[in-house]
Design a binder for this molecule. Structure first.
Ligand SMILES: [Zn+2]
Length: 421
């Protein structure tokens, strides 16, 4: 696992690195940064490319165990590295859910066997994600979880969520909330607004997210818990997170590419690839998310990769499941849609996700594990869902033109994905 990456623009925002130089990798670790020459190590000229700490998608559904026809840990791992991610955090809503150390251990051993990407399991907050009693959190931490969440569902019981925030502090793990008041959202299939009224579909009001974020921020404040908001989608929620951070609270938040790219207008043809939860919102919400990305209110971009078998997404809109795939389009969409400084871009995809989750950090420093993403910000390409490494095809971005792409993904010094064009 030796490699010399030459002449790349090396960016590591957590360590104030932004310089054109060489990266020498020996035995899967970064040996040195700086001009290097060597005869006996393979070389790669990265002139004009960005060499960054490997990207980490902290919100991914791998579907194994239980729904392997939609995705496996192996196929999801292949989609991850094809999208530029060296690592993913796997949400626990599998069948059975990851609510015990035995499931956590199974995911980790299967990942070592079949996934080219690193996989960090997220444990369920509550047993079977039923929202009734806390799961075996301490034992799952010993087995290797990087955080807890009941994603797919919120923890409706405020008393239980408060205890989760308190308990998780013992282990320094984040508590990741899918913010949705189930009473307010009940029966809804898309954003509640003019489009849902016109299409005759039941809406999910922005208030379903806002009221849950509001409650949680109060609980995070009184517990000093390590709280993370998954997939922010509304203006008011962004504004509440901004205010809480201004008051000094150590909370974090993520956004998905589809929420800052599309609006509820995408549902117009009853396209089930525009059905997700939280739903695509209004243009005003999209504007607020982009403001939150630019001013640092939002810490991370995560795909919420949610593969579903084609048979399910072919159901009529009311009955189809929520969610789209996203691992292979996240980086391209973010580079194309957002005009972010590159250091901020790398922070949102790599160093911030690493500090949100409980993982051993990697980066562009001597001695780090050589987990690296190489970007070509100028590469023009078109996403073809039929070429996807995922087992599922439920993406609304088929045929989209993008500018900017991950062209190499390196895990422990090994090039696990390469697209030199
Ligand atoms: Zn969710």
């Amino acid at each position: 696992m030796n490699l010399l990456i030459k002449n790349g623009r090396v960016i590591d925002p957590a360590r104030n690195v932004d310089t054109i130089t060489d990266v020498l990798i020996v035995d899967g670790k970064i040996r040195s940064l700086g001009k290097a020459t060597t005869d006996d190590i393979p070389q790669w000229d990265a002139s004009g490319k960005i060499v960054a700490p490997g990207f980490f998608d902290i919100h991914v559904h791998l579907r194994e165990p239980g729904t392997e026809e939609a995705e496996t840990i192996g196929s999801g791992g292949n989609a991850a590295v094809a999208g530029g991610f060296v690592a993913v955090a796997a949400m626990p809503n599998t069948k059975p859910p990851n609510d015990s150390p035995s499931i956590t251990s199974y995911i980790l051993s299967e990942a070592r066997r079949s996934s080219p990407a690193l996989v960090f399991p997220i444990g369920a907050i509550t047993k079977e994600q039923k929202g009734e009693t806390l799961s075996e959190i301490g034992e799952m931490v010993e087995a290797g979880i990087a955080g807890i969440s009941d994603d797919g569902k919120p923890v409706m019981d405020g008393r239980l969520f408060r205890r989760a925030l308190e308990y998780a502090q013992l282990f320094d793990i984040p508590v990741i909330q899918h913010c949705e008041d189930l009473h307010l959202s009940k029966g809804g299939v898309m954003h509640e607004g003019a489009t849902s009224a016109r299409l005759g579909l039941k809406g999910i009001p922005a208030a379903a997210e806002d009221t849950m974020v509001s409650r949680d921020l109060i609980l995070a404040e009184v517990t000093h818990g390590k709280y993370h908001v998954a997939h922010l989608s509304t203006r008011r929620a962004v504004e509440m997170v901004r205010r809480a951070k201004a008051q000094g609270m150590k909370i974090t938040a993520e956004v998905t590419p589809h929420h800052f790219t599309l609006t509820d207008a995408a549902v117009a043809e009853y396209d089930t690839n525009a059905k997700m939860n939280p739903p695509l919102r209004s243009q005003d919400d999209v504007n607020a998310l982009r403001e939150g990305i630019l001013d640092g209110t939002i810490d991370a971009i995560a795909s919420d990769h949610a593969p579903h078998h084609a048979n399910l997404k072919m159901l009529e809109f009311d009955k189809a499941p929520f969610g789209i795939t996203g691992l292979e389009t996240a980086v391209g969409l973010a580079l194309t849609q957002l005009k972010l400084p590159l250091s901020r871009f790398v922070a949102m995809f790599s160093t911030n996700p690493q500090s949100i989750m409980k993982v051993k950090p990697w980066g562009m420093f001597e001695g780090s594990d050589a987990h690296i993403t190489v970007l070509d910000p100028a590469r023009q390409w078109k996403f073809d869902v039929n070429q996807s490494k995922s087992k599922s095809r439920n993406s609304p971005f088929h045929g989209w033109e993008m500018k900017g792409k991950a062209i190499a993904t390196i895990v422990s010094g090994k090039v696990v994905y390469e697209d030199r064009g």
